[in-house]
Design a protein around this ligand. Structure first.
Ligand SMILES: [Zn+2]
Length: 411
């Protein structure tokens, strides 16, 4: 007999629309969960998926069949026999879906294609032909896009891929250049009919650095990319994927001295100028003058001034050493300011310094400590990253793949 508390009548009623929607949400959520489990555990058997997902065998089987039909997963191997039947192992479908990333770097473009399983299938560096002089900004972007479109076509032909196999294209770019990435990606998307996004190289390289153990274990840090331009991002934990700095804020153009040396951006006294521009050159000249030494005038033509002066200092040029020391001091002042505001004293430095520059890493740590208040709770730590802008297009592919799986919707 039914107790008065039970409500058998309601069970016979049709599910409410909200319930139906819920069921649908649960189904699509389960599908995505299984797909992500396959990605994480591949090659993986149905039994393992059942264990890991805590769903029933028939549910998992149904989802896998569905995912197989839509070319999201495929049978990739058989488990070793254990006497009984051989279990089929599933993995993410390696064909059908690809991503292509372009890294614009001055007159060159770096191109990588990977499949959705992060497998690199193509990489090349090509020259972007020079554009006609006197073009206005909009024409210039149209012209870069128009020169990139046939390049992408040629590469697809070489790799025997169709445009329709590309799920996404990403353009990565160094900040501080006069390229308007949005305009460029709009042009590319219109011409190639593939969803195209843009992203600053520092964000891509931060993503790539986080795949290494010693960085991924950090909860919070400041990420600096110092190649030709200095750019900075903040990392405040795994949920903080969003871009926190305004689109056109380059750390490198933080003003250090309103009446200082001219910068390429048109302002005066930018950090950029002191670490890799006129300010550095001026410091080098002044030091040479004071030391009574001659200085290498050929450096003035170098578009990568920091490295050029650094190389000079390694050769024993004392004035170059003084200049580099000042550049590091300027970087330390700027970083100490950011650290004071953010309260984060761990800095991942990528690009300009590498493992041979340990002495500069130490100097930077020392100088930052000098510019921090005495009662600042933690000592500054600089960690040298291992990525370089040549990894950008590959890193962007990995980012697009991760986004692809996160954004899949099975409703
Ligand atoms: Zn500037």
């Amino acid at each position: 007999m039914a107790s008065p508390n039970e409500t058998p009548k309601q069970e016979k009623q049709k599910p409410l629309p909200a319930t139906r929607r819920n069921n649908k949400l649960v189904r699509s959520g389960n599908t995505k969960r299984i797909l992500l489990l396959v990605k994480e555990l591949e090659p993986v058997s149905l039994d393992t998926l059942v264990q890991e997902s805590a769903l029933t065998y028939p549910t998992v089987l149904g989802i896998i069949k569905h995912l197989e039909k839509d070319s999201h997963v495929e049978k990739i191997a058989y488990a070793p026999t254990t006497g009984g039947r051989q279990a089929v192992l599933f993995g993410i479908c390696g064909i059908v879906r690809y991503v292509l990333a372009l890294h614009l770097n001055g007159d060159e473009v770096d191109i990588t294609i990977t499949n959705i399983r992060d497998g690199k299938i193509f990489h090349a560096t090509e020259a972007i032909p020079a554009q006609a002089a006197g073009e206005n900004q909009a024409d210039k972007h149209r012209s870069i896009a128009h020169r990139l479109v046939p390049l992408v076509g040629e590469i697809l032909k070489k790799t025997r891929l169709e445009l329709s196999s590309l799920v996404k294209i990403c353009v990565t770019y160094p900040e501080g250049t006069d390229i308007d990435p949005q305009l460029l990606s709009d042009e590319l998307e219109a011409a190639l009919k593939v969803p195209t996004s843009t992203i600053a190289d520092r964000i891509v390289l931060n993503f790539l650095e986080r795949r290494s153990y010693h960085i991924s274990s950090l909860q919070r840090y400041i990420f600096i990319l110092f190649e030709r331009e200095l750019s900075l991002s903040m990392y405040r934990g795994p949920c903080d994927a969003a871009e926190d700095l305004p689109h056109r804020t380059y750390f490198g153009h933080m003003t250090m001295d309103v009446a200082g040396s001219a910068c390429t951006c048109g302002k005066q006294g930018c950090l950029q100028s002191y670490v890799s521009g006129n300010g550095l050159l001026q410091a080098y000249r002044d030091a040479a003058h004071q030391l009574g030494s001659t200085w290498n005038t050929a450096l003035e033509q170098d578009d990568d001034l920091f490295h050029a002066v650094l190389a000079e200092s390694y050769k024993g040029d004392k004035a170059a050493r003084v200049a580099i020391d000042q550049a590091i001091r300027m970087l330390a002042v700027a970083l100490a300011n950011v650290i004071k505001i953010e309260g984060i004293a761990t800095i991942v430095l990528s690009g300009v310094f590498n493992s041979t520059d340990v002495q500069f890493k130490r100097l930077l740590e020392l100088y930052i400590a000098e510019y921090l208040p005495e009662d600042f709770p933690t000592a500054p730590v600089v960690i040298l990253g291992t990525t370089s802008p040549s990894d950008c297009s590959y890193g962007a592919c990995l980012m697009m793949n991760a986004q692809y799986f996160n954004q899949l919707n099975f409703e």
